[in-house]
Write a protein that binds this ligand. Structure first.
Ligand code: ADP
Length: 476
């Protein structure tokens, strides 16, 4: 092999190498971080440097020595910086600029002042070996930190390159090899091929680090999504059971509630029958009775519909909800129980109330839990009033339910909302936990405090939808 054929080989390999940073640049288009930019620019500079060395016999010395060396060194420093950025401990810019300056001053001194090819070559290749060693060390650390196979592979390839370059420097020192990268000997060829192979493989490995990382990210994301799905399924199931339990506990009063319209229907039907039998039924009476039957049937079917709506396991559907109307509807659901417990409701709302985005059934569940707790807390007190107040407050719609019950002791306030905390013999202690988690799922909060005079106040705050407000009754 002649000097010029090795030079041509180096030029060709340099040319072949050039697409590598471009490949990395386009493959990593989705994640062109600072480190990727450093890596690709560094790779391109390295390639240009190698090309200039390969074309040494055709180029002036300042270009094929000075510029070529500066490019190779600068390229290596940028690639080291890329790995340092990945490890989150980059050099300050002046650091690598200083390295480059020191390297070039010494190189040029060996070349121009001492005119020693031996020192010039030894220095150039020695520093190249150091750069590769640093790349190997950093990628090894990355491999350890991220359990990345690509980073380990990157490191091993660079360690091999360090060994080859170091042997070459030693052989040159012993006078066995020529002190030139384009010398016509087998050592030069092995070194050149190894260095270029390293940089080519290094590029693939660098892209591999990102590919592995994005796959790892996707796995974590998929795992989190699965957990979230599982969590929401679990929460949905408990919420459903809690609703069933609430209705189970309310069944006596609900059947009483249902009994009233049914009894009225029976009465009206009987009157029609009697009137027909005795011949005293006038068309006006018939009309009146049928009207009453119609009204009571409607009332009964509304009660059944309300219960069905509340109990059926519906998929979560978010819609615009008027919290004030919802709070009245839920109180209607509890009307019979409220009567039986001698509890009265009062309602107040902002006239122009903002809607909230939420699942109607889930929000009803919160309100139902709060009403039932309030009613139970008033069992032993003579005055039993639940005051419901809904207001726009800043960016939120705030529902306050104030009762005149026993209020909270400090222990109860501390324990409330933790799983299965209850002070009731028949209690399960899941109502507040579920209600709070529904509120949080809606981007809101559910808090409790003692009322200023007597009893407790529960505050449900939900993000308001900033659109046309819902206009309704101001107080009733
Ligand atoms: P449960 O009703 O099954 O006990 P909750 O989670 O709904 O479960 O309530 C937990 C506890 O919080 C109740 O046992 C009660 O001690 C307390 N609590 C809730 N609401 C009120 C209230 N309005 N006044 C006084 N104590 C309340």
């Amino acid at each position: 092999m002649t000097d010029s054929s090795l030079a041509i080989a180096i030029t060709l390999i340099g040319l072949l190498y050039m697409p590598m940073p471009l490949m990395a640049w386009s493959v990593l288009a989705a994640s062109r971080t600072l480190s990727v930019r450093h890596w690709c620019v560094g790779g391109a500079l390295f390639g240009i440097g190698v090309l200039l060395v390969g074309l040494r016999i055709y180029l002036p010395e300042w270009l094929s020595f000075t510029v070529a060396n500066a490019c190779v060194m600068w390229g290596n420093l940028l690639r080291i910086q890329a790995l340092k950025l990945e490890l989150k401990r980059p050099w300050p810019t002046y650091h690598w600029v200083l390295w480059l300056a020191v390297y070039m001053v010494i190189y040029e001194w060996f070349r121009l002042e001492m005119e020693s090819p031996f020192f010039r070559f030894g220095w150039g290749f020695g520093v190249l070996a150091l750069c590769f060693a640093e790349l190997a060390r950093l990628s090894w650390q990355l491999a350890q930190a991220e359990s990345s196979r690509s980073a380990r592979w990157f490191s091993l390839v660079h360690m091999a390159a360090v060994a080859v370059v170091a042997v070459r420097v030693v052989l040159t020192g012993l006078g066995v090899s020529h002190p030139s990268p384009v010398a016509a000997d087998i050592d030069a060829m092995v070194t050149t091929v190894m260095v270029l192979l390293t940089t080519v493989l290094g590029n693939f490995a660098f892209v591999g680090i990102f590919a592995e990382r994005s796959t790892a990210k996707e796995v974590v994301l998929a795992k989190e999504q699965a957990q979230q799905l599982e969590h929401s399924r679990w929460r949905g199931r408990i919420a459903q059971l809690d609703r069933q339990r609430s209705l189970g506990a309310m069944s006596a009063s609900i059947s009483h509630e249902l009994n009233q319209p049914l009894a009225a229907i029976l009465l009206d039907a009987n009157m029609v029958q009697q009137g027909l039998t005795s011949g005293t039924l006038t068309p006006a009476h018939l009309h009146e009775n049928i009207n009453a039957i119609e009204q009571n049937t409607l009332r009964a079917s509304q009660i059944i519909q309300r219960i069905r709506n509340f109990i059926q396991p519906a998929p979560e559907t978010f819609e615009r909800v008027d919290v004030a109307t919802l709070s009245v509807e839920v109180a209607d659901l509890l009307a019979a129980e409220a009567r039986a417990r001698e509890v009265t409701f009062t309602f107040a709302r902002d006239h122009a109330l903002a809607p909230v985005m939420g699942d109607r059934i889930q929000l009803s569940q919160i309100v139902l839990n709060l009403y039932r707790n309030a009613m139970q807390a008033m069992a032993t007190v003579p005055r039993r009033v639940i005051a419901v107040d809904v207001r726009n407050e800043g960016e939120q719609v705030v529902l306050r339910i104030t009762d005149s019950g026993i209020g909270f002791s400090p222990q109860v306030l501390a324990g409330m909302g933790t799983e299965f905390f209850t002070t009731k013999p028949e209690g399960l202690g899941v109502g507040i936990m579920i209600s709070r988690s529904i509120a949080e799922q809606h981007g809101g909060t559910l808090t409790f405090a003692n009322a200023s005079q007597e009893g407790a106040v529960a505050t449900l705050a939900l993000p308001a939808v900033q659109a046309s407000p819902l206009v309704g009754r101001s107080t009733h």
